[in-house]
Design a protein around this ligand. Structure first.
Ligand code: SAM
Length: 450
């Protein structure tokens, strides 16, 4: 990759799992109950829903981790947490005028496999009895290879799960020890093989590039395991270094982190090797084999992206249950209390545990559509009427240097991201980010774009 472009565009930039990005949520709902009205209208308009359940516990701390989690070895925490999630779910069900049709269900963490299979079964049976399950549904969960047992995989399979996302990060055991992650190559192989034997039809691996002391040799070794184990999908995440938010990232020296051109090379080597193995690059940082539903959705231009990542389905309503979970009705966002204690207390008091929210105005919704199209189809277009709007004219002004640098092709009422531009998708989306440009952050908010 062109190193001049790399140094020019390696700036702090959001990953755009939402627009507006969470730090820019500034038009809150009038009161927590207003959120349920948004949910109710969304279900009335379209019964299909996506459900995300955040299961925040982990029994040890992986120091690189940027997720919302709580470290404990005390499994007595499972029961009260599940009770709170079910109570929260009951508030949603009571507010829905019709029975929802569950299209997508994702268990994320933390470590969902921290919970016993029996407790997961209890939680999910209670939720599933209250919904109609869409004939074409997508149920998946995040599996830590160290704690995932055959009973976890079988229990969730029996409940309709067909997709498992295995946290691998890197196959090298020394590298994993350095970030305090308990994991062996054998545990990844075992988890993969068990999932396949049981009948899961999509296995995803989460890999990270840019970890401390990670080199090209590690990526090449990872690719050898990929060639052997052939996961259907790979999420190849750029390591997000945010020590001001995640203190555990101070456990290693910043000098050991590959940055800039060195970090980018890790991605490019991974991409080259995955493509040699037949993987197709999907949007940003994701790969899938051609038979996988994500590749098909890319081809059909039906690919969607929400807080759970890339998905072949689009639902208007996403409900997030559990501490820190985010809900999305397309015209509003809501995030739950982040700490487990506050989340549980508020739910137990019969209250919706809203920490923050944002109601999207018309401009937000337009910007959101453009960013979503760029992230899923590498192009976006607008109408002559939209072109008159000030925010879009300003965005087009910000895009001019990116056109000159060959990152996008500007045509009348349309832009297309070039091959080179795909490496800078976050920067291209940022040109549309009206709220960011209206008020740039004073402190550090986002990780580097590369
Ligand atoms: C909630 S975590 C994983 C679930 C499970 N606890 C595990 O470790 O296997 C979801 C994914 O986020 C990614 N992730 C976590 N911290 C990250 C960071 N700082 N930068 C980039 N990706 C990160 C990892 O790839 C991880 O598998």
């Amino acid at each position: 990759m062109n190193t001049t472009l790399l140094s020019k565009y390696d700036v702090a930039a959001p990953r755009y799992t939402s627009y507006p990005t969470v730090p820019y949520w500034s038009e809150p709902l009038p009161e927590p109950a207003a959120w349920l009205q948004h949910v109710s209208s969304a279900v009335q308009a379209d019964r299909s829903i996506s459900l995300y359940i955040h299961l925040p516990f982990c029994d040890s701390l992986c120091t690189y981790c940027g997720c919302n989690k709580h470290i404990t070895k005390n499994h007595a925490v499972e029961h009260p947490y599940i009770q709170a999630v079910l109570r929260e779910w009951a508030m949603y069900r009571d507010a829905m005028p019709v029975k929802p049709v569950l299209r997508e269900l994702h268990l994320g963490g933390g470590t969902p496999t921290f919970f016993s299979p029996e407790n997961l079964q209890f939680l999910l049976e209670n939720i599933l009895q209250d919904v109609e399950i869409a004939p074409q549904h997508d149920f998946g969960f995040e599996a830590h290879p160290w704690s995932t047992t055959e009973a976890h995989l079988q229990t969730l399979f029996n409940l309709g799960f067909r997709r498992v996302s295995i946290g691998v990060q890197d196959f090298d055991e020394d590298l994993m020890r350095l970030v305090n992650r308990r994991q062996t190559i054998d545990s990844v192989v075992r988890c993969t093989e068990l999932a396949r034997q049981i009948g899961y039809d999509s296995v995803n691996y989460d890999l990270i590039f840019g970890l401390p002391k990670q080199t090209l040799t590690h990526i090449q070794e990872d690719a050898r395991y990929i060639a052997r184990l052939k996961p259907d999908r790979i999420a190849f995440y750029s390591y997000a270094h945010v020590p001001w938010l995640k203190r555990s990232q101070c456990a290693y020296s910043e000098e050991d982190l590959p940055v800039g051109a060195e970090k980018r090379k890790l991605y490019e080597e991974g991409r080259r090797l995955f493509e040699t193995e037949g993987y197709v690059e999907i949007g940003m940082d994701h790969f899938a084999l051609p038979h996988d539903s994500l590749s098909k959705a890319l081809g059909d231009k039906t690919l969607h992206r929400n807080f759970m990542g890339y998905t072949p389905y689009k639902t208007r309503l996403m409900i997030g249950l559990g501490a820190s979970a985010i809900g999305d009705t397309w015209d509003a966002f809501m995030q739950n209390e982040k700490t487990i204690a506050e989340y549980q207390q508020r739910v137990q008091a019969g209250e919706l545990p809203v920490l923050r929210s944002h109601v999207l105005d018309e401009t937000d919704q337009s910007v959101r559509s453009h960013i979503l199209r760029l992230m899923t189809t590498f192009e976006t277009q607008w109408t002559p009427a939209e072109a008159e709007q000030e925010w879009l004219q300003q965005a087009l002004g910000r895009l001019e240097p990116l056109v000159l640098d060959g990152l996008i092709m500007l045509e009348p009422f349309h832009i297309r991201v070039t091959e080179e531009g795909r490496n800078f998708l976050r920067n291209i989306c940022m040109a549309f980010d009206a709220r960011y440009w209206k008020k740039q952050p004073e402190g550090r908010l986002f990780s580097q774009a590369v």
